[in-house]
Write a protein that binds this ligand. Structure first.
Ligand code: UDP
Length: 416
């Protein structure tokens, strides 16, 4: 049995999903923690207190506690403004570790990595430190250019976390390649994907009734890089070709009706493309209400500009649906072109439209790809398998001499 500390500064397992800063990382930390606890380990998830009414500790699942650490104002703050509070987070975590020293500490996102390494440097018997980035600043900057709101310090602090951690867990092969370019030695990188809840997302069960002949579904946090604009344009191209198709877009800061600038932008875009009556911007939908939506899709489309991993395609495949996916990041590993879906280049509405059309015109093939997707996730992407692989990475890290010098801290001078 190990004591495992997960550090996830902005992404709490208790958050509701679909807003700008709550998505895959929250799901990952929650599901991985639960699955490790099922293997007998004790897990504490440390996250920043963003609401004064939150109790210090919440029992999240058997052997999993969420610990709220005060670091900065007790209110929601965009994740790109959190860096100045990482020193306080590290101190709060180290305080807890003095009475509950973990064997392993696993940072999620680059800023949590800073807090984790710094907390480890503050206690007498530091844990082995592993890091999962979930997203890399260099990739974000490459695709978003001046629209990237990450703090400038990310450019050097993020690779520094990668080099100082005892092990970095990449979620896909593309990320491992990027990490090597950042100077993380290959023998300290493990590739372990994210997983999916195979019981929750299933082909059989309740299914929403589409309003039109064909339905395309998109699910995700509503941020421009998810490429929902491309899918709306693709739907307009299909409608112009006479295909009777509708698009349901899940995600946004609030259930439909709430305000979210990206929802407003997408509504205006649908208007410009003349498909307002074909595009339903549903807003945030809870995990418990999602399965009937996935099942109602003829095709699930994931058309991001880039994607560090992408749990949504796994949920679609678990639901037995074929996936049209940009051939980027994690989607290169998870969606098999011609096997479980169709790959398209990013930001290419004509290619998305052609891929959707190809699947709508051959429902038997679409069915086959969906069934193959279910088999693929069942054999490779259960959280139990992800947890077993993660446990192996923890054990092999514990069995090796530490590479990290605990002297000195990346936060010093920068964060205080
Ligand atoms: N999600 C949700 N409700 C929403 C929007 C998204 O439950 O309204 C969930 C979605 O089902 C998935 C996660 O948020 O589990 C998104 O994860 P993904 O890895 O695809 O994207 P990320 O958020 O990491 O960019």
């Amino acid at each position: 049995m190990m004591r495992i500390a997960m550090v996830s500064e902005h992404a709490s397992p208790l958050a509701t999903l679909g807003g700008e800063d709550a998505g895959g990382q929250n799901v990952h930390v929650a599901a991985l923690s639960r699955a490790l606890a099922r293997r007998g380990h004790q897990v504490r998830v440390y996250t920043r207190r963003d609401d004064p009414t939150l109790p210090r500790t919440v029992a999240f699942a058997p052997r999993v506690d969420v610990v709220h650490v005060t670091a900065g104002p007790e209110e929601q703050i965009p994740k790109d403004d959190l860096l100045p509070h990482m020193a306080a987070l590290a101190e709060g975590i180290a305080d807890d570790w003095r009475s509950w020293p973990p064997d392993v500490a696993h940072g999620h996102f680059w800023m949590s990595g800073i807090a984790t390494l710094d907390a480890a440097a503050m206690i007498a018997s530091p844990p082995a430190v592993l890091q999962t980035f979930h997203a890399l600043g260099v990739v974000k900057r490459r695709h978003q250019g001046p629209d990237d709101t990450s703090p400038r310090e990310r450019e050097w602090l993020e690779p520094d976390v990668g080099r100082r951690a005892d092990r970095v867990v990449a979620t896909c092969s593309d990320e491992a390649f990027e990490l090597k370019k950042l100077g993380v030695p290959r023998d300290r990188i493990s590739v372990i994907p994210c997983g999916v809840d195979l019981h929750h997302f299933q082909p059989e069960g309740e299914r929403e009734a589409p309003r039109r002949r064909h339905r395309v579904v998109s699910v995700g946090r509503l941020v421009p890089r998810k490429g929902v604009g491309t899918v709306i344009e693709a739907v307009s191209l299909l409608a112009a070709e006479g295909v009777d198709v509708e698009l349901v877009v899940v995600g946004g800061a609030a259930p439909s009706g709430g305000t979210d600038p990206e929802l407003e932008r997408l509504a205006a875009l649908a208007g410009r493309f003349g498909v307002t009556d074909r595009v339903e911007l549903r807003g945030q939908v809870s995990q418990s209400e999602l399965p009937p939506v996935y099942r109602s899709a003829d095709v699930v489309v994931c058309a991001p500009w880039y994607e560090p991993f992408g749990i949504v395609p796994l949920e679609a495949m678990a639901s037995g649906r074929p996936v049209v996916a940009s051939s980027v990041g994690g989607l290169i590993d998870t969606v098999v072109h011609g096997g479980t879906g169709v790959h398209v280049p990013p930001r290419d509405a004509a290619a998305v439209a052609a891929a959707i059309r190809e699947l709508l015109e051959d429902p038997e093939r679409a069915e086959r790809l969906g069934a193959a997707g279910r088999r693929r996730v069942a054999s490779r992407y259960s959280w139990d398998r992800v947890a077993a692989d993660t446990e192996r990475a923890y054990r092999s890290t514990l069995s090796r001499p530490r590479v990290r010098s605990t002297a000195g801290s990346s936060a010093e001078g920068v964060l205080r």
